[in-house]
Design a protein around this ligand. Sequence first.
Ligand code: RIB
Length: 318
Amino acid sequence: MIESNHIEIVVVGSLNMDLVVRSPHLPVPGETILGNSFATYEGGKGFNQAIAARRAGGQVAFVGKVGRDDFGDRLEEALKQEGILRQFVTRGENSTGIANVWVGEDGANKIIVVPGTNNEVTPKEIEAASELLSSAGVLLLQLEIPIATCTKAAQLVRRGGGRVLLTAAPVPIEPLPVELFEAVSLLMVNENEALQMAALLGMPIFKEGEEIEAGRSILTQVGSSLEAIVITLGSKGALWISSERVEHSEGFKVKAVDTTAAGDTFTGALAVGLQRGLPVPELLRFANAAGAISVTRKGAYPSIPYEAEIDRLHCLLN
Ligand code: RIB
């Protein structure tokens, strides 16, 4: 039995069933192609981050919603099997969220999410979990649940002295509210999201390769409440951009089979590294190692590595 007073990392986020089709290439509009395989995996950015943090060695709790259906049962069972506190995972009125995931032979993916019950995670659910959130060391948020809910959770954790990591995906269509940004400690984005977030904040358009410039301007625009922006660069590793430093950590060389959840795995592991007090270069390397392992395996949930595997790769010289 997991006790809520031992929880270090809380995920307030999405639970999806991933409906995954693999095909030789990804179809263009109007094209019909034959795929190679179909599988369903438990997923959702929130779910993946929670599993990644748990398997990397963290004590994790989840706040979210599933439907009264088989997908909901599978997601709840997976959280239980992993030893994640699921006292604040409830059943909603809609169907469980799903993600239609297309994966090409090079491992790259395209994803459409239909949120279902993820849209029912309201500020009321946050009130119910307020004690847990106020004492959390790290909160992991993504944008697959309502933004008002993210804001309320972030404010509670920040007031309690914890850190808030916001994965800005899917990139919102409108700028995020100031109150949310003010409560965020680390903004987590991939290369594309960094450029899109900068554009969303009304900055000049940055091109591919200008992630550091984009990160710096976001930092200037958002203000001092933000500790850093962390940009994942796929096989090229990751960047930590703060007002004092830009740290680049090289990626590990691995063969990519499926990149789904690589960013989530990076973030979950990073949360554990933060709790352990790892210095930034080591923190990025630990998270990079976790993300790199995940791309060598198919699916979201089954691809997420355990602490011992991460440590083995992390300790190897590249
Ligand atoms: O980041 C990967 C995740 O995005 C998938 O598991 C899918 O559910 C979507 O939320």
